[in-house]
Write a protein that binds this ligand. Structure first.
Ligand code: HEC
Length: 486
């Protein structure tokens, strides 16, 4: 079983209304202060990225001094607490912190001040304390984690695999663990290398508390950006072809993108009506395609952040169940297409930007991103073809480098399947010895290997031409002392 948080307990604690600063009641670190730090400070002040030498992720660290040598919090003494000094408007009229972001509200500043005044105690319940994990306190595994995403580095030398609270980097020479990228998100839902391979993006968060975009330098293992986004987990991260945009899906039904250098939001599109689970940029980088549990695939114009079109049919019943995964065909497809009668009705060769998409109904489908004909009720005009249905739901899809084949991962009733489809012919190869539900799949850049993984924490390495299992390993980092102590 995967390691689970005492969610019921956290939820119960969170259900209590937060204190107001002007109430005579005691301000709670756990309920009032920690969420403020989580949303506004932890991104830049965590063990993996202690800006100014100061850490806000754990209660004891708040009392320490940063690079300027002034203690952040002095219990009972707001005037001596540098943290409070930094969040209050200074000479410029603007507070120093959160740096480059919107200031805290006066209510939040009052809460922080009252908490310091009242003694700055830690009232975190013992059960919630046990889950404190960060770069200084690596997660300990008593069982392999559920793997939700995988990605090969563009040069093929590394495989990134999601773990609990971290992304694990494996050296593909022997599949030795070479790095643990531990951020503040409990769950990492998706990973993607930048097109040049110099950055690795990971998105996730803590359900019902915060979402986070992480950007790492996989070479130095340094966390470059940690940006808080929304109050729930994020999904389906993708890079723009020029590496300047980073898009992802949110549980507040929005598609968003940030600047990967700063974490600042650059796009938000809100016409989905359920969680957005996957994103991918069109080849020109000017459009973004997103899929959602609302069963639709939508097209957004990047520059204007405008919703352009439903790529899938919006006719009720045309799709069954939510869409969970998509991948863009890496090279444009040439197809013979009949031009309209009034233009001669001949077949001409046209070039298309295409995506493969799948979800709860198990059938992968190939779509062109851009519409050519006017929408007619009941049509599914962008659809090119449908492939043989997989058992269960498909949550992982990946094209090979030339787009001639794609791999798909599915899960149903404790079992999983990984298949490779020929994009044009539709023929399939079923991969052998997949020991559990499969959630994710990635294609090695040389085209000769696919990696897949899922519920039981095993990573399967298959030959996509034959479906033979060529190697496998279990994700279970042992570098932490006393594995299984939790
Ligand atoms: C976007 C990044 C970012 C965010 C968000 C942020 N900080 Fe900072 N913080 C910095 C940097 C960078 C420094 C180093 C000094 C500087 O550049 O101003 C710093 C310095 C500090 C220091 C002084 C440490 C020292 O001794 O030098 C304190 C205290 C502090 N931050 C508190 C906070 C608090 C509290 C929040 C949330 C309300 C916050 N910061 C949010 C980037 C950030």
């Amino acid at each position: 079983m995967p390691i689970r948080l005492p969610l019921a307990l956290l939820a119960a604690a969170w259900a209590a209304p937060p204190a107001r600063a002007d109430d005579p009641v005691k301000v709670s670190y756990f309920k009032d202060i920690r969420p403020i730090l989580q949303q506004h400070c932890n991104g830049c002040h965590q063990p993996a990225k202690p800006q100014g030498g100061y850490v806000t992720t754990a209660h004891p660290d708040l009392f320490k001094a940063g690079e300027r040598g002034k203690p952040g919090v002095v219990a009972g003494k707001p005037a001596a607490s540098y943290l409070l000094d930094q969040v209050r408007p200074g000479k410029s009229g603007k507070p120093e912190m959160p740096k480059g972001r919107d200031p805290l509200t006066s209510e939040q500043v009052k809460l922080l001040t009252a908490w310091v005044q009242q003694g700055a105690a830690d009232d975190t319940p013992a059960s919630a304390k046990a889950v404190a994990v960060d770069a200084d306190h690596p997660p300990k595994y008593s069982a392999p984690p559920v793997v939700t995403a995988l990605a090969f580095a563009p040069d093929g030398t590394a495989l990134a695999v999601t773990g609990y609270h971290e992304v694990l980097l494996y050296d593909t020479a022997k599949y030795d663990l070479k790095a643990r990228l531990i951020g503040i998100s409990e769950r990492v839902q998706a990973v993607a290398y930048s097109p040049d391979g110099k950055k690795l993006a990971a998105v996730g968060g803590a359900p019902g508390r915060f979402g986070e975009v992480q950007v790492w330098n996989p070479e130095t293992e340094k966390l470059l950006v940690s940006a808080p986004v929304t109050f729930d987990t994020l999904y389906g991260v993708s890079w723009s072809p020029d590496g300047k945009g980073l898009a992802f899906g949110c549980a507040d039904n929005t598609v968003r993108a940030v600047d990967p250098l700063t974490g600042k939001q650059t796009l938000q599109m809100g016409t989905h009506s359920d969680w957005v689970l996957g994103t991918v940029y069109a080849q020109d980088g000017e459009h973004l395609v997103s899929v959602s549990r609302d069963m639709s695939m939508k097209l957004t114009e990047v520059d204007t952040q405008r919703f352009i079109d439903n790529v899938t049919s919006i006719t009720p019943g045309a799709l069954k169940g939510g869409l969970m995964a998509l991948d863009r065909r890496p090279v444009k497809a040439r197809r013979m297409t009949k031009v309209p009668q009034d233009e001669g009705g001949k077949f001409v060769e046209k070039v298309y930007d295409e995506v493969v998409v799948a979800g709860a109904d198990g059938a992968p489908r190939l779509y062109k991103i851009h519409r050519e004909v006017k929408r007619v009720i009941g049509d599914d005009a962008n659809r090119i073809r449908e492939y043989e249905r997989m058992p269960g739901r498909v949550s992982g899809l990946a094209f090979n480098a030339d787009g001639t084949r794609f791999a798909a991962a599915s899960s149903l009733d404790g079992k999983g399947e990984v298949r490779v489809y020929d994009t044009e012919k539709g023929s399939k190869v079923v991969c052998e010895k997949v020991s559990g539900p499969a959630y994710a799949v990635a294609w090695h850049p040389d085209g000769k290997l696919i990696a897949s993984a899922g519920f039981d924490g095993a990573v399967w390495l298959h030959d996509p031409a034959t479906g033979k299992l060529v190697n496998s390993f279990v994700v279970l980092p042992k570098s932490a002392p006393k594995a299984g102590a939790r």
